[in-house]
Design a protein around this ligand. Structure first.
Ligand code: DGY
Length: 324
């Protein structure tokens, strides 16, 4: 009998084909994620779950699946939607999709930085609103990227890829150095490790690339914004929860920082009545960091490979290691 798996959304066909060859796959076809009730019902009796970052996979879901559940394969590099302790306690392997989306996500973070600095979205709105009457010396003036200082919080794969891009633009690069010794890749990237206050005080752009954990939840709070330059811009392509949205609103409204470009929000999607949406100095995109055709295909294959290894009881090619 084929192993049974539940896939919480239609992922690219390249991954689904691999899975269907081996498994009896139930694919949720909804445009929106399955409701909690549906998720609990549809996982019953499955050997594997392929989940998205929109699905909360906690102990209740694992128990609803049953003792035969062997693997949870997340279609994302982030896995803050999965209760790793509950999975470990039940002997369930957890997989993710690291590496392959690094450059695609850094490309998008840099695109947000450039759009924020050079007022690309405001300019486009201006033209569509029929306001472009002539070339003006003072119209929609932005901030130079070359020569500016970029502060990177979260100097992992994506943070370093962001640094590589910044090098090409002649930026000064700072990264948040939490350990006593410098990151081994820092020198080659021309990045200088600094402490929290220095990074916030000296950066013209602060870009977030840290996972969401209890330690990073609302890391960017009122105090952090007060430390930043009034002209500084925040870029978030990590997780919405790393930023306190009320503190961000207040900092943008009061002019404590100049601009925020957010690809991720807390909650997601951002509610239509969020005060942030009333501000002109905010650019928000719908969590598009890894959204290129090629990368989503690679993520589908990697998530499928994790799922298939898991249902066979083999080690996952990309297993999430729980930090203890
Ligand atoms: C991830 O992989 O964690 C991104 O947020 C979506 O690709």
């Amino acid at each position: 009998m084929k192993p049974k798996v539940f896939i919480t959304r239609a992922i690219p066909e390249k991954g689904l084909t691999l899975i269907r060859r081996v498994c009896d796959a139930d694919v949720w076809q909804g445009h929106l994620p399955p409701s909690r009730e549906t998720l609990l019902a549809r996982v019953r009796g499955v050997d594997g779950i392929l989940s998205l970052l929109t699905d909360k996979i906690d102990a209740a879901v694992m128990d609803a699946a049953g003792a035969q559940l062997k693997v949870i394969s997340n279609y994302a590099v982030g896995y803050d939607n999965i209760d790793l302790a509950a999975a470990a306690a039940r002997g369930i392997a957890v997989g993710n999709t690291p590496g392959i989306l690094t450059d695609t996500t850094a490309d998008f973070a840099f695109a947000l930085l450039m759009a924020a600095a050079r007022r690309v979205v405001e300019g486009e709105r201006f033209v569509r609103a029929g306001k472009w009457q002539t070339w003006e010396p003072m119209q929609l003036l932005g901030t130079d990227i070359h020569g500016a200082t970029l502060g990177i919080i979260g100097f992992g794969r994506i943070g370093k890829a962001m640094a590589r891009r910044a090098t090409g633009f002649g930026m000064r690069i700072l990264y948040l150095q939490r350990r006593a010794t410098a990151d081994p890749d820092a020198a080659a990237l021309g990045a200088v490790g600094v402490d929290w206050e220095t990074l916030l005080r000296e950066s013209d752009f602060v870009s977030l690339h840290t996972p969401l954990t209890p330690q990073t939840h609302h890391l960017m709070d009122a105090r952090a914004f007060q430390l930043m330059k009034k002209s500084a811009m925040l870029i978030n392509t990590a997780r919405g929860g790393v930023v306190d949205p009320d503190a961000l609103y207040s900092a943008l409204k009061k002019g404590e920082i100049a601009f925020a470009a957010l690809d991720v929000t807390e909650p997601e999607p951002i509610p239509a009545d969020s005060p942030l949406l009333t501000l002109e100095n905010v650019l928000i995109t719908p969590h598009l960091g890894s959204a290129s055709v090629a990368t989503r295909d690679k993520m589908a294959v990697m998530a499928a490979e994790n799922l298939l290894a898991g249902v066979r009881g083999e080690p996952l090619p990309n297993a999430v290691k729980r930090e203890t």
